[in-house]
Design a protein around this ligand. Structure first.
Ligand code: KG4
Ligand code: ZN
Length: 350
């Protein structure tokens, strides 16, 4: 018998995705559609535009990955979709699609927490990665440090009290007129600048709790830019240095608070940043830990990680034989660790 296969659907932000993933970690087929072009004129993701784009793309995309794999829904064992957290209009599109497919094919629905998708994606790429591991999850929407103890078992050690790290890169790019998404553009320009040229703050550096804050850094970047005294490349380099100083300080603080970690893992779109990867790798070596950074296609939002989270939930016995209820309600907020204390001063971020 071949390993069970799960169809995954992702639509929580500005990427629509569908993927077929086997329990033996084979990604049988996958598709991803980015909406960068649609949101670029606005310098950030516009929820209504995102939801409409998912409506157009998600259904046909599921058909395409099944065609690519030479399969029909009858060959699929379960249908997993992101059910939150995220932009609610988009989440509803993917979840409703999955419910309809589950109902039509009499297959179980698996309602996946998008953050669990990110948290377990490193195990799709790396069969050697066992629990527990420390995960830095840094994207445009999330900035957390989690102890990943097992499937469905997470302890959040840190979150951001204002902006996510990717958001800080995107806002810096906007200030410097570099376009959207900003992270890659800031990283590129930073290579030409002096990271010590602009004096910038390191918010929360040295604080006891390992939480993050980037709003003050972003404001300082804006003020520095408005003086007209600094070259954009120097601002980009100084911003990146300040942001990474914060991340390294906060992550090493979290490592002190964690117990028995087997690896240091980074996921989320900001994991594309080579300077960040390098600094984390050094930290891992210093602590005698393995460093794991999944391939970029698995770090940014994608459906393979959602299908894989479905596989992990099945294997862990967390999915009822009939699947999750078809009236499962999409959740704009859905913390992985419901017992985590709110960070002091925390705003709207989950
Ligand atoms: O995970 P992702 O694709 O989408 C979500 O936000 O969920 O992450 C996108 C974020 C954006 O903020 C983008 O600017 C940032 O990741 N990013 C980077 C780099 N590549 C992408 N930030 C810093 N350096 C990069 N090379
Ligand atoms: Zn994400």
């Amino acid at each position: 018998m071949t390993a069970p296969i799960v169809l995954g659907i992702e639509s929580s932000c500005d990427e629509s995705g569908a993927a077929l993933v086997r329990a033996d970690r084979t990604i049988v087929a996958q598709a991803i559609a980015s909406q960068d072009e649609a949101h670029r004129p606005f310098g950030g993701v516009v929820p209504e535009i995102a939801a409409r784009a998912h409506v157009e793309v998600v259904g046909p995309m599921v058909g395409r990955v099944l065609d690519d794999a030479g399969m029909t829904l009858a060959d699929v064992d379960a249908i997993a979709a992101t059910a939150g957290p995220g932009l609610i209009g988009g989440v509803m599109v993917g979840l409703v699609t999955a419910k309809a497919l589950a109902m039509a094919s009499d297959r179980p629905l698996i309602a996946v927490n998008h953050l669990e998708g990110h948290a377990l994606s490193p195990r799709l790429a790396d069969p050697q990665l066992g629990f527990p591991y420390l995960l830095l999850l840094a994207s445009g929407g999330h900035c957390q440090i989690l102890e990943v103890r097992g499937v469905g078992d997470y302890r959040r050690l840190a979150t951001t009290i204002d902006d996510a790290l990717g958001e800080a890169f995107d806002k810096t790019a906007k200030i410097l007129g570099l376009g959207y998404p900003g992270g890659p553009a800031v990283e590129r320009l930073a290579k030409e600048g002096d990271p010590a040229a602009v004096p910038l703050p390191r918010p929360l550096k040295g604080a006891k709790e390992p939480h993050f804050s980037f709003a003050g850094l972003k404001s300082a970047v804006l003020r520095a830019h408005e003086t007209g005294e600094y070259a954009p490349a120097d601002i980009a380099a100084s911003f990146q240095q300040a942001a990474l100083d914060c991340v390294i300080d906060r992550t090493s603080r979290a490592l002190q608070a964690a117990n028995g970690m087997t690896a240091l893992v980074v996921a989320g779109g900001v994991a594309a940043n080579a300077a960040l990867r390098g600094a984390l790798q050094t930290m891992a070596v210093d602590h005698g830990l393995r460093f794991v950074a999944p391939p970029m296609a698995l770090c940014t939002d994608n459906a393979a990680m959602i299908a894989w989270a479905g596989q992990e939930r099945i294997a862990a016995g967390l999915v009822e034989p009939g699947g999750d209820p078809l009236d499962f309600v999409a959740r704009p907020r859905w913390p992985l660790d419901p017992d985590a204390e709110p960070a002091r001063g925390a705003g709207v971020k989950a």
